[in-house]
Design a protein around this ligand. Structure first.
Ligand code: ACO
Length: 424
Protein backbone atom coordinates (compact mmCIF):
# COMPACT_ATOMS: atom_id res chain seq x y z
CA UNK A 1 0.00 0.00 0.00
CA UNK A 2 1.44 3.37 -0.96
CA UNK A 3 -1.47 5.67 -0.24
CA UNK A 4 -4.53 5.73 1.97
CA UNK A 5 -7.62 7.65 0.92
CA UNK A 6 -9.46 9.65 3.55
CA UNK A 7 -13.05 10.52 2.65
CA UNK A 8 -14.40 13.70 4.25
CA UNK A 9 -18.20 13.83 4.14
CA UNK A 10 -19.41 12.57 0.80
CA UNK A 11 -17.37 14.25 -1.83
CA UNK A 12 -13.88 15.29 -0.68
CA UNK A 13 -11.19 12.59 -0.73
CA UNK A 14 -7.65 13.25 0.53
CA UNK A 15 -4.77 10.94 -0.34
CA UNK A 16 -2.40 10.31 2.53
CA UNK A 17 1.02 8.72 1.92
CA UNK A 18 1.74 5.37 3.60
CA UNK A 19 5.23 5.05 5.08
CA UNK A 20 6.94 1.65 5.20
CA UNK A 21 9.15 0.23 7.91
CA UNK A 22 11.04 -3.03 8.43
CA UNK A 23 9.22 -6.38 8.16
CA UNK A 24 6.20 -4.93 6.35
CA UNK A 25 5.28 -2.46 9.10
CA UNK A 26 3.30 0.45 7.65
CA UNK A 27 1.95 3.77 8.89
CA UNK A 28 -0.41 6.33 7.39
CA UNK A 29 1.59 9.54 7.34
CA UNK A 30 -0.69 12.33 8.52
CA UNK A 31 1.89 15.11 8.66
CA UNK A 32 0.08 17.03 5.93
CA UNK A 33 -3.43 16.36 7.28
CA UNK A 34 -4.07 19.54 9.21
CA UNK A 35 -2.72 21.79 6.49
CA UNK A 36 -4.94 20.06 3.92
CA UNK A 37 -8.13 19.70 5.97
CA UNK A 38 -7.90 21.72 9.19
CA UNK A 39 -8.42 18.44 11.07
CA UNK A 40 -6.28 16.82 13.73
CA UNK A 41 -6.37 13.18 14.89
CA UNK A 42 -7.58 12.03 18.30
CA UNK A 43 -5.75 9.07 19.85
CA UNK A 44 -5.65 9.09 23.68
CA UNK A 45 -2.86 6.84 24.93
CA UNK A 46 -1.29 6.85 21.42
CA UNK A 47 -2.41 3.24 20.86
CA UNK A 48 -2.63 3.92 17.10
CA UNK A 49 0.06 6.54 16.77
CA UNK A 50 3.67 6.07 15.72
CA UNK A 51 5.18 9.22 17.19
CA UNK A 52 8.42 8.78 15.30
CA UNK A 53 10.37 6.51 13.01
CA UNK A 54 13.14 4.71 14.84
CA UNK A 55 15.82 2.21 13.90
CA UNK A 56 16.80 1.18 17.42
CA UNK A 57 14.35 -1.53 18.48
CA UNK A 58 11.93 -3.71 16.52
CA UNK A 59 8.87 -5.03 18.33
CA UNK A 60 6.16 -7.26 16.88
CA UNK A 61 3.58 -7.39 19.65
CA UNK A 62 1.43 -10.03 17.97
CA UNK A 63 4.30 -12.45 17.35
CA UNK A 64 6.15 -11.65 20.59
CA UNK A 65 9.33 -10.51 18.83
CA UNK A 66 11.89 -8.09 20.24
CA UNK A 67 15.13 -7.16 18.46
CA UNK A 68 17.75 -4.52 19.21
CA UNK A 69 19.27 -3.13 16.00
CA UNK A 70 18.08 -6.30 14.26
CA UNK A 71 19.46 -8.82 16.75
CA UNK A 72 16.90 -11.04 18.55
CA UNK A 73 17.03 -10.26 22.25
CA UNK A 74 17.36 -13.94 23.24
CA UNK A 75 20.57 -14.18 21.17
CA UNK A 76 21.93 -11.08 22.87
CA UNK A 77 21.13 -12.55 26.30
CA UNK A 78 22.86 -15.82 25.41
CA UNK A 79 25.97 -14.42 23.73
CA UNK A 80 26.49 -10.82 24.75
CA UNK A 81 27.08 -8.56 27.76
CA UNK A 82 25.14 -5.51 28.91
CA UNK A 83 27.98 -3.16 27.99
CA UNK A 84 28.16 -4.66 24.51
CA UNK A 85 24.41 -4.18 24.13
CA UNK A 86 24.68 -0.57 25.34
CA UNK A 87 27.29 0.01 22.63
CA UNK A 88 25.11 -1.72 20.05
CA UNK A 89 22.04 0.36 20.88
CA UNK A 90 23.91 3.61 20.53
CA UNK A 91 26.16 2.77 17.58
CA UNK A 92 23.80 0.48 15.63
CA UNK A 93 26.58 -2.12 15.25
CA UNK A 94 28.16 -4.61 17.61
CA UNK A 95 31.66 -3.53 18.66
CA UNK A 96 34.85 -5.19 17.46
CA UNK A 97 37.25 -6.37 20.19
CA UNK A 98 39.16 -3.09 19.99
CA UNK A 99 36.02 -0.98 20.05
CA UNK A 100 34.66 -2.87 23.05
CA UNK A 101 37.96 -2.54 24.92
CA UNK A 102 38.04 1.18 24.23
CA UNK A 103 34.41 1.58 25.33
CA UNK A 104 34.98 -0.49 28.49
CA UNK A 105 38.07 1.51 29.39
CA UNK A 106 36.28 4.80 28.99
CA UNK A 107 33.38 3.56 31.13
CA UNK A 108 35.88 2.33 33.75
CA UNK A 109 37.55 5.75 33.87
CA UNK A 110 34.29 7.49 34.76
CA UNK A 111 32.55 5.24 37.28
CA UNK A 112 33.55 7.24 40.36
CA UNK A 113 31.02 9.89 41.36
CA UNK A 114 32.11 13.54 41.51
CA UNK A 115 33.83 14.53 44.75
CA UNK A 116 31.45 15.06 47.66
CA UNK A 117 28.54 13.50 45.80
CA UNK A 118 27.77 11.08 48.64
CA UNK A 119 26.51 14.09 50.61
CA UNK A 120 23.71 14.48 48.05
CA UNK A 121 22.48 10.97 48.79
CA UNK A 122 22.77 11.48 52.53
CA UNK A 123 20.91 14.77 52.56
CA UNK A 124 17.64 13.42 51.12
CA UNK A 125 15.00 12.82 53.81
CA UNK A 126 14.76 9.34 55.37
CA UNK A 127 12.24 7.14 53.64
CA UNK A 128 12.76 8.73 50.19
CA UNK A 129 12.14 6.08 47.53
CA UNK A 130 15.36 5.10 45.68
CA UNK A 131 13.77 6.17 42.36
CA UNK A 132 13.41 9.71 43.70
CA UNK A 133 16.97 9.58 44.99
CA UNK A 134 18.09 8.46 41.56
CA UNK A 135 16.17 11.23 39.81
CA UNK A 136 17.69 13.89 42.06
CA UNK A 137 21.20 12.57 41.69
CA UNK A 138 21.01 12.18 37.91
CA UNK A 139 19.91 15.81 37.58
CA UNK A 140 22.71 16.94 39.85
CA UNK A 141 25.27 14.96 37.87
CA UNK A 142 24.48 17.32 35.01
CA UNK A 143 25.13 20.39 37.11
CA UNK A 144 28.42 18.97 38.36
CA UNK A 145 30.02 19.19 34.92
CA UNK A 146 32.38 22.07 34.57
CA UNK A 147 34.44 20.20 31.96
CA UNK A 148 31.64 19.46 29.48
CA UNK A 149 32.90 19.27 25.91
CA UNK A 150 30.97 20.98 23.13
CA UNK A 151 29.12 19.68 20.07
CA UNK A 152 28.73 15.99 19.28
CA UNK A 153 31.61 15.09 21.66
CA UNK A 154 29.35 16.33 24.46
CA UNK A 155 26.78 13.63 23.81
CA UNK A 156 29.38 10.86 23.62
CA UNK A 157 30.92 12.09 26.82
CA UNK A 158 27.54 12.29 28.64
CA UNK A 159 26.64 8.81 27.34
CA UNK A 160 29.85 7.31 28.73
CA UNK A 161 29.56 9.25 31.96
CA UNK A 162 25.96 8.22 32.64
CA UNK A 163 26.49 4.56 31.72
CA UNK A 164 29.60 4.57 33.93
CA UNK A 165 28.16 6.35 36.96
CA UNK A 166 24.68 4.85 37.06
CA UNK A 167 25.72 1.59 38.83
CA UNK A 168 27.59 3.65 41.45
CA UNK A 169 24.55 5.89 41.97
CA UNK A 170 22.19 2.93 42.24
CA UNK A 171 24.45 1.01 44.63
CA UNK A 172 25.07 4.05 46.81
CA UNK A 173 21.42 5.03 46.87
CA UNK A 174 20.78 1.55 48.27
CA UNK A 175 23.52 1.82 50.88
CA UNK A 176 22.60 5.35 51.93
CA UNK A 177 19.15 4.05 52.87
CA UNK A 178 20.67 1.26 54.93
CA UNK A 179 23.34 3.26 56.80
CA UNK A 180 26.12 1.32 55.15
CA UNK A 181 29.55 2.59 54.18
CA UNK A 182 30.02 3.31 50.49
CA UNK A 183 32.10 0.84 48.54
CA UNK A 184 34.26 2.49 45.90
CA UNK A 185 33.91 1.28 42.32
CA UNK A 186 36.35 -1.39 41.21
CA UNK A 187 35.97 -1.44 37.42
CA UNK A 188 38.47 -4.29 37.09
CA UNK A 189 35.72 -6.61 38.33
CA UNK A 190 33.63 -5.93 35.21
CA UNK A 191 30.54 -3.74 34.89
CA UNK A 192 27.98 -6.03 36.52
CA UNK A 193 30.24 -7.62 39.15
CA UNK A 194 31.43 -4.15 40.16
CA UNK A 195 27.81 -3.06 40.57
CA UNK A 196 26.96 -6.09 42.72
CA UNK A 197 30.12 -5.57 44.76
CA UNK A 198 29.30 -1.90 45.41
CA UNK A 199 25.77 -2.92 46.44
CA UNK A 200 26.32 -5.98 48.60
CA UNK A 201 29.87 -5.85 49.93
CA UNK A 202 29.49 -6.00 53.74
CA UNK A 203 32.16 -3.31 54.19
CA UNK A 204 34.70 -5.64 55.75
CA UNK A 205 36.20 -8.94 54.68
CA UNK A 206 35.81 -10.59 51.33
CA UNK A 207 32.81 -10.56 49.07
CA UNK A 208 32.53 -11.73 45.50
CA UNK A 209 29.23 -12.00 43.63
CA UNK A 210 28.54 -15.50 42.36
CA UNK A 211 28.77 -16.27 38.64
CA UNK A 212 25.06 -17.18 38.68
CA UNK A 213 24.16 -13.74 40.07
CA UNK A 214 26.36 -11.95 37.54
CA UNK A 215 24.84 -13.92 34.67
CA UNK A 216 21.27 -13.32 35.80
CA UNK A 217 21.92 -9.60 36.31
CA UNK A 218 23.51 -9.28 32.84
CA UNK A 219 20.46 -11.01 31.36
CA UNK A 220 18.01 -8.77 33.20
CA UNK A 221 19.85 -5.61 32.24
CA UNK A 222 19.97 -6.67 28.59
CA UNK A 223 16.27 -7.51 28.58
CA UNK A 224 15.40 -4.09 29.97
CA UNK A 225 17.83 -2.14 27.76
CA UNK A 226 15.30 -0.73 25.30
CA UNK A 227 11.69 -1.09 24.33
CA UNK A 228 10.77 1.34 21.60
CA UNK A 229 8.56 4.30 22.42
CA UNK A 230 7.44 3.19 25.87
CA UNK A 231 6.31 5.73 28.47
CA UNK A 232 9.70 6.55 30.01
CA UNK A 233 11.51 6.68 26.65
CA UNK A 234 8.78 8.94 25.32
CA UNK A 235 9.25 11.14 28.40
CA UNK A 236 13.00 11.32 27.71
CA UNK A 237 12.38 12.31 24.08
CA UNK A 238 9.57 14.74 24.92
CA UNK A 239 11.65 16.59 27.49
CA UNK A 240 14.76 16.43 25.28
CA UNK A 241 12.84 17.94 22.36
CA UNK A 242 12.87 21.19 24.32
CA UNK A 243 16.70 20.99 24.13
CA UNK A 244 17.22 20.32 27.82
CA UNK A 245 20.57 18.85 28.81
CA UNK A 246 20.88 15.05 28.64
CA UNK A 247 20.71 14.67 32.44
CA UNK A 248 17.34 16.45 32.71
CA UNK A 249 15.90 14.25 29.97
CA UNK A 250 17.16 11.09 31.70
CA UNK A 251 15.74 12.36 35.00
CA UNK A 252 12.34 12.62 33.27
CA UNK A 253 12.75 9.00 32.17
CA UNK A 254 13.54 7.87 35.72
CA UNK A 255 10.47 9.58 37.11
CA UNK A 256 8.21 8.31 34.33
CA UNK A 257 9.48 4.78 34.90
CA UNK A 258 8.60 4.86 38.59
CA UNK A 259 4.81 4.57 38.11
CA UNK A 260 3.15 1.25 39.01
CA UNK A 261 1.69 0.81 35.52
CA UNK A 262 5.20 1.06 34.03
CA UNK A 263 8.53 0.12 35.70
CA UNK A 264 7.11 0.36 39.21
CA UNK A 265 5.14 -2.83 38.51
CA UNK A 266 8.07 -5.13 39.41
CA UNK A 267 7.97 -3.93 43.03
CA UNK A 268 4.18 -4.22 43.10
CA UNK A 269 4.28 -7.81 41.82
CA UNK A 270 6.22 -8.98 44.87
CA UNK A 271 4.00 -6.92 47.18
CA UNK A 272 0.95 -8.51 45.55
CA UNK A 273 2.34 -12.05 45.83
CA UNK A 274 3.21 -11.45 49.49
CA UNK A 275 -0.30 -10.11 50.10
CA UNK A 276 -1.76 -13.24 48.51
CA UNK A 277 0.46 -15.45 50.68
CA UNK A 278 -0.58 -13.50 53.77
CA UNK A 279 -4.20 -14.10 52.77
CA UNK A 280 -3.54 -17.85 52.89
CA UNK A 281 -2.62 -18.18 49.21
CA UNK A 282 -6.17 -17.55 48.06
CA UNK A 283 -5.50 -16.60 44.42
CA UNK A 284 -9.21 -16.77 43.54
CA UNK A 285 -9.92 -13.79 45.80
CA UNK A 286 -7.35 -11.66 43.95
CA UNK A 287 -8.40 -12.88 40.52
CA UNK A 288 -11.95 -11.88 41.36
CA UNK A 289 -10.77 -8.48 42.51
CA UNK A 290 -8.78 -8.00 39.28
CA UNK A 291 -11.91 -8.83 37.27
CA UNK A 292 -14.22 -6.59 39.30
CA UNK A 293 -14.72 -3.42 37.23
CA UNK A 294 -15.50 -1.44 40.44
CA UNK A 295 -12.19 -2.44 42.06
CA UNK A 296 -9.06 -0.58 40.88
CA UNK A 297 -6.91 -3.65 41.73
CA UNK A 298 -5.07 -5.19 38.76
CA UNK A 299 -2.93 -8.28 38.54
CA UNK A 300 0.48 -6.64 38.63
CA UNK A 301 2.99 -7.89 36.07
CA UNK A 302 0.17 -8.84 33.71
CA UNK A 303 -0.84 -7.13 30.49
CA UNK A 304 1.00 -5.02 27.97
CA UNK A 305 0.03 -2.34 25.50
CA UNK A 306 2.05 -3.92 22.69
CA UNK A 307 2.44 -7.64 23.46
CA UNK A 308 -0.85 -9.43 22.99
CA UNK A 309 0.27 -13.08 22.94
CA UNK A 310 3.54 -13.32 24.77
CA UNK A 311 6.15 -10.95 26.14
CA UNK A 312 9.40 -12.62 24.99
CA UNK A 313 11.29 -11.01 27.87
CA UNK A 314 8.97 -12.65 30.41
CA UNK A 315 9.72 -16.13 29.00
CA UNK A 316 13.48 -15.66 29.36
CA UNK A 317 13.16 -14.10 32.81
CA UNK A 318 10.96 -16.97 34.00
CA UNK A 319 13.72 -19.40 32.96
CA UNK A 320 16.30 -17.48 34.99
CA UNK A 321 13.90 -17.21 37.94
CA UNK A 322 13.45 -20.98 37.93
CA UNK A 323 17.24 -21.41 38.13
CA UNK A 324 17.71 -18.77 40.79
CA UNK A 325 15.02 -19.46 43.36
CA UNK A 326 16.19 -20.55 46.76
CA UNK A 327 14.26 -21.76 49.79
CA UNK A 328 12.99 -18.26 50.62
CA UNK A 329 11.89 -17.19 47.17
CA UNK A 330 10.50 -20.53 45.99
CA UNK A 331 7.21 -19.95 47.82
CA UNK A 332 6.71 -16.77 45.81
CA UNK A 333 7.84 -18.42 42.58
CA UNK A 334 5.45 -21.35 43.04
CA UNK A 335 2.63 -18.93 43.80
CA UNK A 336 3.52 -16.78 40.77
CA UNK A 337 3.38 -19.84 38.50
CA UNK A 338 0.04 -20.93 39.98
CA UNK A 339 -1.44 -17.46 39.50
CA UNK A 340 -0.14 -17.35 35.92
CA UNK A 341 -1.69 -20.74 35.17
CA UNK A 342 -5.04 -19.69 36.60
CA UNK A 343 -5.05 -16.36 34.77
CA UNK A 344 -4.15 -17.99 31.44
CA UNK A 345 -7.10 -20.35 31.85
CA UNK A 346 -9.54 -17.59 32.74
CA UNK A 347 -11.71 -16.10 30.03
CA UNK A 348 -11.38 -12.55 31.43
CA UNK A 349 -7.62 -12.55 30.84
CA UNK A 350 -7.65 -14.71 27.71
CA UNK A 351 -10.28 -12.58 25.94
CA UNK A 352 -8.36 -9.38 26.78
CA UNK A 353 -5.07 -11.02 25.82
CA UNK A 354 -3.44 -10.31 29.17
CA UNK A 355 -0.21 -12.27 29.76
CA UNK A 356 2.73 -11.99 32.16
CA UNK A 357 5.00 -9.11 31.20
CA UNK A 358 8.68 -8.32 31.85
CA UNK A 359 7.92 -7.32 35.44
CA UNK A 360 6.19 -10.51 36.52
CA UNK A 361 9.17 -12.77 37.29
CA UNK A 362 12.03 -10.24 37.47
CA UNK A 363 11.33 -9.33 41.12
CA UNK A 364 11.66 -12.97 42.13
CA UNK A 365 15.20 -13.02 40.77
CA UNK A 366 16.07 -9.69 42.38
CA UNK A 367 14.71 -10.94 45.68
CA UNK A 368 16.70 -14.17 45.44
CA UNK A 369 19.81 -12.02 44.87
CA UNK A 370 19.12 -10.04 48.04
CA UNK A 371 17.72 -6.77 46.69
CA UNK A 372 14.92 -5.23 48.78
CA UNK A 373 11.70 -4.61 46.83
CA UNK A 374 12.11 -0.83 46.74
CA UNK A 375 15.27 -1.32 44.62
CA UNK A 376 13.56 -3.25 41.82
CA UNK A 377 12.48 -0.27 39.75
CA UNK A 378 15.91 1.34 40.14
CA UNK A 379 17.40 -1.81 38.64
CA UNK A 380 14.99 -1.42 35.73
CA UNK A 381 16.28 2.15 35.28
CA UNK A 382 19.88 0.90 35.28
CA UNK A 383 18.97 -1.47 32.47
CA UNK A 384 16.89 1.03 30.47
CA UNK A 385 19.52 3.80 30.53
CA UNK A 386 21.27 2.86 27.24
CA UNK A 387 17.88 2.72 25.51
CA UNK A 388 16.92 6.17 26.77
CA UNK A 389 20.26 7.60 25.69
CA UNK A 390 20.26 5.97 22.27
CA UNK A 391 16.71 7.06 21.55
CA UNK A 392 17.51 10.59 22.64
CA UNK A 393 20.55 10.67 20.39
CA UNK A 394 18.52 9.29 17.49
CA UNK A 395 16.00 12.10 17.93
CA UNK A 396 18.62 14.81 18.25
CA UNK A 397 20.32 13.63 15.06
CA UNK A 398 17.21 14.49 13.06
CA UNK A 399 17.83 17.83 11.46
CA UNK A 400 15.64 20.35 13.25
CA UNK A 401 14.10 17.76 15.58
CA UNK A 402 10.81 19.52 16.29
CA UNK A 403 9.71 20.37 19.80
CA UNK A 404 7.04 17.83 20.76
CA UNK A 405 3.74 19.52 21.21
CA UNK A 406 0.57 17.43 20.79
CA UNK A 407 -2.68 19.16 19.91
CA UNK A 408 -5.96 18.61 21.70
CA UNK A 409 -9.65 18.52 20.90
CA UNK A 410 -11.10 21.18 23.16
CA UNK A 411 -14.46 20.15 24.69
CA UNK A 412 -14.89 22.86 27.34
CA UNK A 413 -17.12 25.95 27.41
CA UNK A 414 -17.48 27.99 24.24
CA UNK A 415 -16.67 31.70 24.56
CA UNK A 416 -18.62 33.41 27.33
CA UNK A 417 -18.44 36.90 28.84
CA UNK A 418 -16.98 37.64 32.24
CA UNK A 419 -19.81 38.06 34.81
CA UNK A 420 -19.50 40.46 37.72
CA UNK A 421 -19.19 38.72 41.09
CA UNK A 422 -22.79 39.53 42.05
CA UNK A 423 -24.03 37.77 38.86
CA UNK A 424 -22.29 34.42 39.57
N1 ACO B 1 -5.24 -6.95 35.63
C1 ACO B 1 -6.57 -6.88 35.42
N2 ACO B 1 -7.12 -6.35 34.33
C2 ACO B 1 -6.30 -5.86 33.39
C3 ACO B 1 -4.90 -5.88 33.52
C4 ACO B 1 -4.37 -6.45 34.69
N3 ACO B 1 -3.05 -6.51 34.88
N4 ACO B 1 -4.36 -5.32 32.43
C5 ACO B 1 -5.35 -4.95 31.64
N5 ACO B 1 -6.53 -5.27 32.22
C6 ACO B 1 -7.88 -5.08 31.65
C7 ACO B 1 -8.35 -3.64 31.84
O1 ACO B 1 -9.05 -3.49 33.05
C8 ACO B 1 -9.24 -3.49 30.63
O2 ACO B 1 -10.46 -4.16 30.87
P1 ACO B 1 -11.85 -3.59 30.24
O3 ACO B 1 -11.67 -3.74 28.76
O4 ACO B 1 -12.89 -4.43 30.83
O5 ACO B 1 -11.92 -2.15 30.69
C9 ACO B 1 -8.51 -4.27 29.55
O6 ACO B 1 -7.77 -5.27 30.26
C10 ACO B 1 -7.55 -3.44 28.73
O7 ACO B 1 -6.68 -2.77 29.63
P2 ACO B 1 -5.99 -1.39 29.34
O8 ACO B 1 -5.55 -0.76 30.61
O9 ACO B 1 -6.88 -0.58 28.42
O10 ACO B 1 -4.76 -1.89 28.49
P3 ACO B 1 -3.50 -1.04 28.17
O11 ACO B 1 -2.89 -1.66 26.99
O12 ACO B 1 -3.84 0.39 28.09
O13 ACO B 1 -2.61 -1.21 29.49
C11 ACO B 1 -1.06 -1.97 31.06
C12 ACO B 1 -1.46 -1.95 29.58
C13 ACO B 1 -1.03 -0.55 31.64
C14 ACO B 1 0.32 -2.56 31.18
C15 ACO B 1 -2.09 -2.84 31.85
O14 ACO B 1 -2.13 -4.14 31.31
C16 ACO B 1 -1.79 -2.89 33.35
O15 ACO B 1 -2.22 -1.99 34.09
N6 ACO B 1 -1.04 -3.91 33.83
C17 ACO B 1 -0.68 -4.00 35.24
C18 ACO B 1 0.54 -3.15 35.55
C19 ACO B 1 1.80 -3.71 34.92
O16 ACO B 1 2.12 -4.88 35.03
N7 ACO B 1 2.55 -2.80 34.27
C20 ACO B 1 3.84 -3.14 33.65
C21 ACO B 1 3.71 -3.14 32.15
S1 ACO B 1 5.25 -3.56 31.38
C22 ACO B 1 6.17 -2.15 31.50
O17 ACO B 1 5.69 -1.06 31.46
C23 ACO B 1 7.59 -2.30 31.71
Amino acid sequence: MEKAALRLDEEEVIDLPVASGTDKQQAIDIQGLRAATGLVTLDPGYANTAETTSSVTFIDGEAGVLRYRGYPVDQLVDHSSFLEVAYLLDNAELPTDEELDYFRNRVSEHCALPKGFEKVLESVPDGTHPMQKLAVSVTLLGSSRSDRPKGSEAYVSDFIRLIAMMPTLVAWSYRSGHDQVYIKPDPDLGYVANFLNMTFHPGQGDYRPTEAHIKAMEALLILHADHGQNLSTSAVRLVGSGRTDVYSSICAGVLALSGPLHGGANQRVIEMLEEILAAGGNTRLFMDRAKDREDPFRLMGFGHRVYKNVDPRALIIKRYARDMVDKNSSRLFDLAMRLEKEALADDFFVSRRIYPNVDYYSGIIYQAMGFPTEMFTVLFALGRLPGWLSQLREMMRESNAPIKRPRQLYTGYPKRDFPTRSDR
